[in-house]
Ligand binder design. Structure first.
Ligand code: GLN
Length: 542
């Protein structure tokens, strides 16, 4: 196809209906027919990016190869499509205004009054067309965060209205995701909230082409008819989206509802190929028919909100499927772990992951967790702060450097085994200033990590300010904590692993960000396998 087609996904009635999953599922179905697809998300908040948001506010901050700190929906896009995203795939109101104001200061609008329409809407459209005009994609799917009717999403909705006239009706389509609640007292599915949210879209000049209706129950024909009539869409464009067992079922459910066929018909694209979802179905088959099961403890600070560790949870789902093993994750608040209770809290697990994090709170509990896992030879996987805790624990308890710490936790420590990176020392701004994005890493030949990856040259994504202090490298290695992954350009330690332990690996980078359905991350796959082995050994001892 010469020009890209633009598909917009808006939301109505309530947030959290899963626009990200619907967008990713549609993307998958189009990709499975041989089309090239990218998915973009607009977030209507004023922060330039979600990097400065507390995970409690907004869930995990997902990092792309090019170092953008983005919304967690981008993780879904990558996990479903198996193609990388970049800064261009996530744009906030803050970024749009920042770009416009920067241009204004440079004098690019000299003589003009700078206004929401056309200047803000033009900047929004520039960000949409930038992807479409790259020539790389047949479809650009743009998810508009928030709900129609929100004050803050108005400029985005207005930009969508304008795009129709810029690209022509055959290149433009709007999908509206909405909720059809079931009132148990009346024993009825209700369409009124959807009618109202479509009216709001119509007021903004947008007629949705397709309605995707989240519902706990099947939509009977009379409900579909009513929705079609009142919302001004064809009855075949009323798509039912039932609650699914797993997000990975959604592409299959949308296939049954013929969502992609509807999109292709509306955009007048001949529907030649049947989608090839073979690999996806193999994955689902394994995911749903496990022959084994392991219990993994996840030690973290934000345990009340599992979205804070979204990519870790999904990476376990992918890895579990490879091993045909159900992975039960139990969340443990690091603040509750002490030297006295670590064995009783963690002893029941087949493997424990110590999570990334920032700041002091809960870190001592993470360090106690590592001590127990090291000594009891329970599979341990530490990510970012989790890896740093492993280094601190080893320094304190094996090297006997009692006061060892990270300068993030104790600036005055006598033994800063984790210290601020040199390039970070001058940094004062908080936003977008960490070491971010993909960096190369060389794995030591013969190390466990290189055998896990099956190669020695890797590239992984980062988000941190502190690092392993190389002044302690020799001492650590002599005592058995080996630095087995090194950045070839800077010498930064990216991986540590313990000798004489069945599975003890800490990574300064975030492997979870690169795990997808079709490319499960080897570290997670092998960690689950190690947990299965640990469980078997424990069972045979009993
Ligand atoms: N707080 C640590 C650092 O900045 C770890 C960051 C993380 O876990 N993502 O280095």
């Amino acid at each position: 196809m010469a020009t890209a087609k633009y598909i917009f996904v808006t939301g109505g009635v309530t947030s959290s209906l899963g626009k990200g999953i619907i967008s990713a599922s549609l993307g998958k179905l189009l990709q499975a027919r041989g089309f090239k697809v990218t998915i973009q998300k607009f977030d209507p908040y004023i922060n330039i990016d979600p990097g400065t948001l507390n995970p409690y506010e907004h869930g995990e901050c997902y990092v792309t190869d090019d170092g953008a700190e983005t919304d967690l929906d981008l993780g879904h896009y990558e996990r479903f499509l198996n193609t990388p995203t970049s800064q261009a795939n996530n744009v906030t109101t803050g970024r749009i205004y920042n770009n416009v104001i920067t241009k204004e200061r440079k004098g690019e609008y000299l003589g003009k009054t700078v206004q929401v329409v056309p200047h803000i809407t033009d900047e929004i459209k520039r960000n949409i067309f930038q992807l479409g005009e790259s020539g790389e994609y047949d479809f650009v799917i743009t998810e508009i965060g928030g709900c129609v009717g929100d004050i803050e999403s108005l400029p985005f909705i207005e930009a969508v209205r304008q795009v129709k006239w810029d690209v022509g009706v055959n290149n433009f389509l709007v999908i509206h995701l909405t909720l059809i609640p079931y009132l148990s007292a009346a024993k009825e599915l209700k369409t009124k909230p959807t009618q109202h949210s479509v009216k709001q879209l119509l007021e903004a000049g947008i007629q949705p082409d397709i309605l995707v209706c989240r519902s706990e129950r099947h939509l009977p024909p009379e409900i579909r008819k009513k929705l079609a009539l009142f919302c001004n869409v064809h009855i075949n464009s009323v798509i039912e989206a039932l609650d699914a067992d797993t997000i990975y079922d959604v592409p299959i459910l949308m296939r049954k509802e013929k969502l992609a066929e509807r999109v292709l018909a509306k955009l007048k694209i001949p529907n030649k190929n049947e989608p090839n979802l073979d690999q996806w179905k193999v994955f689902l088959g394994k995911l749903k028919n496990p022959t084994d099961e392991v219990n993994i403890g996840l030690v973290g600070k934000y345990v009340e909100l599992p979205d804070a560790y979204k990519s870790i949870v999904e990476a376990f789902t992918h890895a579990g499927a490879v091993n045909e093993c159900k992975v039960n994750i139990e969340w443990i608040s690091s603040e509750t772990i002490t030297e006295e209770n670590s064995a009783s809290i963690l002893g029941k697990f087949d493997g424990v992951l110590v999570a990334p994090g920032f700041g002091e709170r809960g870190v001592e509990g993470k360090i106690e967790a590592v001590k127990f896992l090291r000594e009891s030879k329970t599979p341990f996987f530490g990510i970012c702060l989790g890896m740093q805790c492993a280094v601190i624990e080893f320094a304190r308890n094996v090297l006997k450097l009692k006061d060892a710490s990270s300068t993030e936790l104790n600036e005055k420590t006598k033994h800063p085994v984790i210290d601020l990176m040199e390039e970070q020392k001058k940094v004062t701004d908080k936003g977008g200033t960490m070491r971010l994005g993909a960096y190369p890493c060389d794995l030591k030949k013969g190390s466990k990590t290189s055998s896990v990856y099956g190669k020695t040259k890797i590239s992984e994504r980062h988000r941190h300010r502190y690092e392993f202090n190389n002044k302690y490298l020799e001492q650590m290695e002599k005592a058995g904590l080996m630095a087995t992954g090194i950045n070839p350009d800077t010498g930064l330690v990216e991986v540590v692993e313990l000798k004489d332990h069945p599975w003890f690996i800490g990574t300064q980078y975030h492997p979870e960000l690169k795990s997808t359905v079709l490319n499960p991350h080897p570290l997670f796959v092998k960690f689950v396998e190690a947990a299965q082995n640990h469980k078997k050994e424990n069972n045979s001892k009993r």
